[in-house]
Design a binder for this molecule. Structure first.
Ligand code: SF4
Ligand code: SF4
Length: 96
């Protein structure tokens, strides 16, 4: 039986560290005015980056899979400050 990615993702559990997001956009202005492609808004598998109608990019790290794609994709601007969540927080993968 084929299982959709969305269904697999739903099996994961996530513990949000509200006090200390583990990923941060360093300079929001760079996203809005300098970044030409805003690729993070299409490449994040968890949809954490949203391009708003006014051109701003909003990052909400709930559900982040800690894949590191956004950090790599932003290499031209180095505008993503990324680290693993504190122990006990973040994604709890369910295998199988
Ligand atoms: S790729 Fe980097 S600079 Fe561009 S919108 Fe995303 S976080 Fe901002
Ligand atoms: S680490 Fe991966 S899942 Fe998390 S915000 Fe970046 S691209 Fe999205």
């Amino acid at each position: 039986m084929m299982v959709k990615v969305e269904e697999k993702l739903f099996q994961n559990r996530y513990r949000v560290d509200a006090e200390r997001p583990h990923i941060r956009i360093v300079k929001p202005d760079v996203c809005e005015y300098e970044c030409k492609t805003q690729q993070c808004t299409v490449c994040c598998p968890a949809g954490c980056y949203t391009l708003e109608g006014n051109g701003k990019v909003v990052l909400i790290t709930d559900g982040c899979l800690e894949c590191g794609t956004c950090r790599i994709i932003c290499d031209d601007y180095r505008n993503v400050d990324w680290e693993y969540p504190r122990g006990g927080y973040g994604i709890l993968f369910k295998f199988g």
